[in-house]
Design a protein around this ligand. Structure first.
Ligand code: TYM
Length: 332
């Protein structure tokens, strides 16, 4: 039986963090056994916000190394750089004719990026969701493992797929965001505001390359307060965030102990953060060490990219030939 197709990508705009891991990479690793997986480093996407490419190559290799260290097996999946498949750029061009300025301007990530960087509102940024749809549709993927922040992009990809199918006859399935039967997740930042992210507030983000002391320092700085004064009080957002992070890396019994302490109004946040910091160290340290070893072997990583592109090319070519035929661009 043919396996179902999975696609996902990560931008090489800095070191990967706990949000990337729990929102995406953990699912990549789980999916690699049962699905036909295409995972890539979204280097073209990074140019929309990071035009300076001095650190690009090192970042691309870093993303690869960190994914492999987290358990992704390049033998089982196609692991490649987006820019190795010009077919994606061609599909992006066709889909751009089916995407409207109004809907692109309304995209949440576009508005956020304009706010953060008002001097570089380029057309690539505006059409970011179209390129992302092309990444997915080029392999006719059914599932896309991503975090909650990508939900709107997936909805747009489905719209573009539908419009193509309607105009030129059925070619694309409608891709679904995926998290093993449960809701998409958003890993919160440590400062109590928003999600963990590669570039916003680095002290509130736990990177997979952080050393043990830095992890401890960041966790101990997480926002707390004097604690509840009455049993069964409502839990503030920033405390919920700490519990949410703890649920990702600690034993269930540890989380339950602190939950009971909170409900009994005798929680000591210092103790909770110490426990969380040690569990974070236990979780991150092995990935960090493995990633450093893998990153040192540049020849291996280049071979991974090469072989990954080779595997991905076949399906990309088939889709683009079919798209050309359906549009009527096959003159020979
Ligand atoms: P990027 O590079 O920002 O993030 C990579 C993956 O990590 C997830 N993620 C999170 N999940 C939970 N909590 C967080 N705090 C958190 N931060 C990041 C993201 O949801 C993502 O799954 N546009 C994409 C890259 C992309 C892509 C694609 C993804 C380009 N083309 C095609 C899927 C399919 C992005 O910027 O991810």
């Amino acid at each position: 039986m043919q396996k179902e197709i999975v696609v996902s990508g990560i931008r090489p705009t800095g070191h990967l963090h706990l949000g990337n891991y729990f929102g995406a990479m953990r699912n990549y690793v789980r999916m690699q056994e049962e699905y036909d997986c295409y995972f890539f480093v979204a280097d073209w996407h990074s140019l929309t916000t990071h035009p300076d490419t001095k650190e690009l190559q090192e970042s691309v290799l870093g993303v690869l190394a960190e994914n492999i260290a987290a358990g992704l097996d390049p033998e089982k999946v196609a692991l490649y750089a987006q820019s190795a498949l010009p077919e994606i750029a061609e599909l992006y061009l066709y889909l751009n004719m089916l995407a409207y300025k109004g809907e692109l301007e309304k995209t949440t990530t576009f508005k956020d990026k304009v706010r953060l960087n008002p001097d570089n509102v380029n057309a690539g940024l505006l059409t970011y969701p179209v390129l992302m749809a092309a990444d997915i549709l080029i392999h006719r993927a059914k599932y896309v493992p991503v975090g909650k922040d990508q939900e709107q992009h997936l909805e747009m990809a489905r719209n573009f797929a539908q419009r193509f199918n309607y105009r030129y006859t059925e070619l694309f399935p409608e891709p679904q965001a995926f998290n093993f039967g449960s809701k998409l997740i958003k890993v919160p930042s440590l400062d109590g505001s928003g999600k963990m992210s590669k570039s916003e507030n680095q002290l509130a983000t736990l990177y997979l390359v952080d050393d043990d002391d830095l992890i401890r320092k960041k966790v101990m700085k997480a926002k707390t307060d004097a604690g509840p004064t009455e049993p069964n009080s409502e839990m503030p957002d920033y405390i919920q965030n700490i519990f949410q992070l703890m649920a990702l890396v600690s034993e269930e019994s540890t989380v339950q102990k602190f939950r009971d302490d909170f409900n009994n109004a005798n929680i000591r946040y210092g103790d909770m953060k110490k426990a969380l910091a040690e569990d974070m160290v236990k979780f991150i340290a092995p990935i960090r060490q493995k990633a450093a070893d893998i990153l040192a072997d540049k020849a291996y990583l280049k071979k991974v990219l090469d072989e990954g592109a080779e595997k991905a090319k076949d399906s990309a070519r088939r889709t683009i030939e079919e798209a050309r035929r359906l549009i009527g661009l096959n003159y020979l």
